[in-house]
Design a protein around this ligand. Structure first.
Ligand code: ADP
Ligand code: MG
Length: 346
């Protein structure tokens, strides 16, 4: 089926995308259908995060299915709210569409957004829909809540705190490298057979990232409040430097402690890349990086899928990676910078 957007018109399209949306959160008082949505947070702090995703800068529709793109667009915003130790509750979804899109394409995108919202109990409460001459643009704003005393900033890391990271690092970056390679192969071939066998995990990490709600819940259950936290969207190196600068501390991170999946390591080898560099500088993992007081050591090691990678030091000791052969390297934020490097995220 393929339906021209013009045959529905703007209002028809919005109606088709949003007619099955039902509000589930108490704080969502009124959603789609008026000039503004109405929210009520009588006794919580309100967190707001927003992101723009531009075709050709942040995603490539040659290998990104629209449903995955919708899912990921929502997830990256939820991840920002979790990184404040909050819970996402509402999103607005704004899209600017080029002429080549059909109604079914946008429905697929929305399906992905809705799946992410369902997984994280988030309400879609509005958005904007317009046309674009330069490809697809997506902007999602997420509203979340937290008790005032629970919010975790990037500024609270203290000397001797333990540095922790969830999941593993570099997989999304290796997935991207693989997709880019296969795209180049496609270009010269009439009957492309992409070579993805045994590489499903890194592809999933790139195309369908997770936001670590489970880690926030596990920390809450264990009664651990991190002293600082952020999500790993630009690469560990760059995020560590943000925490250290904003907390006015230094750090020592140990190469041998970095969590790296087997497929990531294999792929790095195939590409002749240093896997530690991929783990330190690859983007889009959407894992949580946080610090806890050393007194929480016993509690933190009980939680699954969290790795201790180093500790916080005084600012004058700089931000250091200790390599396997005991060399000290000063961290550099090579991370993703779309202004320097025309590929990938922010
Ligand atoms: P306005 O002219 O006031 O901007 P619109 O006609 O753009 O209103 O939107 C009408 C309603 O539909 C509003 O509640 C708006 O939030 C919602 N809406 C518009 N586009 C989207 C979208 N892409 N996703 C979700 N809701 C949308
Ligand atoms: Mg509008």
């Amino acid at each position: 089926m393929s339906t021209e957007i013009a045959s529905l018109g703007e209002f028809g399209l919005i109606d088709r995308l949003t007619k099955d949306i039902k509000l589930q959160n108490q704080s969502s008082k009124y959603g789609i259908g008026d000039d503004a949505a109405v929210l009520s947070y009588p006794d919580k702090e309100v967190l707001v995060a927003t992101d723009i995703l531009m075709e050709g800068v942040h995603f490539d529709l040659v290998y990104t299915p629209l449903m995955h793109l919708g899912y990921k667009s929502a997830i990256v915003n939820f991840s920002d709210i979790y990184a404040m130790n909050g819970k996402p509750k509402q999103i607005t979804v704004s899209i600017a569409l080029g002429k080549r899109f059909q109604v079914e394409d946008i429905e697929a995108f929305y399906e992905g957004v809705k799946i992410a919202c369902k997984e994280h109990q988030v309400d879609i409460i509005g958005g904007d829909t317009t046309s674009s001459f330069t490809g697809l643009a997506i902007s999602i704003t997420c509203i979340g809540e937290a008790k005032k005393e629970d919010i975790v900033y990037r500024t609270g890391a203290k000397n001797t705190d333990l540095i922790c990271v969830s999941g593993n690092l570099g997989a999304a970056y290796m997935g991207l490298q693989l997709l880019e390679r296969e795209k180049e192969v496609f270009k010269g071939s009439k009957n492309p057979q992409p070579d993805f066998a045994g590489k499903e995990y890194i592809l999933e990490r790139q195309l369908r990232p997770r936001a670590r709600k489970d880690i926030i819940e596990a920390l809450e259950k264990a009664k651990i409040k991190p002293t600082s936290m952020m999500d790993v969207s630009d690469g560990l190196s760059s995020e560590l430097m943000h925490i250290c600068t904003q907390s006015n501390v230094g750090c020592r991170v140990f190469e041998e402690n970095l969590p790296i999946d087997y497929q990531t390591a294999l792929m790095a080898e195939e590409f002749n890349m240093n896997v530690t560099t991929c783990a330190m500088n690859g983007g889009e993992d959407y894992e949580l990086l946080f610090t806890v007081p050393i007194s929480d050591h016993e509690k933190i090691i009980q939680i699954e899928d969290i790795r201790l990678i180093g500790h916080i030091t005084e600012a004058k000791l700089n931000t250091i990676l200790v390599t396997r052969d005991n060399q000290e390297m000063e961290l550099k934020a090579q991370g993703w910078n779309p202004l320097k490097n025309n590929k990938d995220t922010e």
